[in-house]
Write a protein that binds this ligand. Sequence first.
Ligand SMILES: Nc1ncnc2c1ncn2[C@@H]1O[C@H](COP(=O)(O)OP(=O)(O)OP(=O)(O)O)[C@@H](O)[C@H]1O
Ligand SMILES: [Mg+2]
Length: 343
Amino acid sequence: MPLPRRTIEIAKGLSLDESAATETLGVLARKGRGKTFLATKIVEGLCDLHCPTTIIDPAGNWWGLTLAANGKDPGLPFIVLGGQRGELPLSAEAGHRLAEVVVQLRLNVVLDVSEFDDKELSRFVGDFLETFRVASQRQRQARMVVFEEAQLLAPQQLAGDTQRMLKGVERIVRLGRNYGIGSMLISQRPQSVNKEVLSQVECLFVGQINEAHARKAIRDWIAEKDAEAMSQLDALSKLERGEFFCWSPSWLQVFKKIRVLPKRTFDASRTPELGHRAAAVEPRRESLTGRARSATRGARRRRGHRPLDRFPRRRFGAGKRAASAGGGGQKEGGAGGCSAPAT
Ligand SMILES: Nc1ncnc2c1ncn2[C@@H]1O[C@H](COP(=O)(O)OP(=O)(O)OP(=O)(O)O)[C@@H](O)[C@H]1O
Ligand SMILES: [Mg+2]
């Protein structure tokens, strides 16, 4: 008897099946309308299905996955690298090496690139994605890559060194499915996301959008995929926070309005309220600013790359929280643990 397909419930009346792991998803809405919340909900579900997931995070919010919603108990088994909450700092030069490790060990990883300048971002993401794609060709397995703030990673207007980074994103999004790579693009500025990349999206979640250029970008996507949905464009401005239209003309063959269900991991992107701390959780590393930060970067460069497998095990792969990340064993956490299947 065939096994029942496992699903990810993201709203009442809308579940994604496990093929979501290799699909191309898009989450678009104006700022603060729940894009990261919805994308996190999907990642929680993918994690339950043992789909190794890589998140490229220029916003610095995705570390929240590692904690349960109460901000205290353990969350999902992700390793966070870089940013204010990273278990290890991220070097702009480590992209190639890191991608090999992430693919080989089937790691769940948040790459917090929020402290990189434009040049570092392009170099790191370009290198990482190139090797990630090639390594995934050798080791075919369903895995997901999330592009937070996709307009920064796959911009429509190229400037400086962004060409290589854009090529990397484009190849993953366009060709990744052949090797089992799914992708999710998140953006508050669809008009600034590269059109070639955006047109690859097969399942689009659109939240409130008012701005004319942004609506035009959505209209273009709809016109290419599903002219029927065009009549609903006016409804976009009336959507509430957490409400989205889900358009998937080919894959799910649905077109419906949804309200995203609560997630179970920590809401690190919650808007800080006056008089309250932004998050009930202290940063784990001292934040470095200005000269201190560039000095650290220089020092890291001078030291050269350290192979990841030589990082202290207590910090990478065998710590209480890190131990459960990726291909190794798994511990049930407050948010419900998960792991990639053993190699
Ligand atoms: N479905 C939901 N249920 C409950 N709260 C939600 C929901 N969606 C979003 N929120 C709340 O709205 C706030 C903003 O959500 P989120 O960070 O996901 O927005 P965003 O669209 O990613 O914003 P930005 O464009 O600034 O990144 C958060 O505090 C979050 O808790
Ligand atoms: Mg967000």
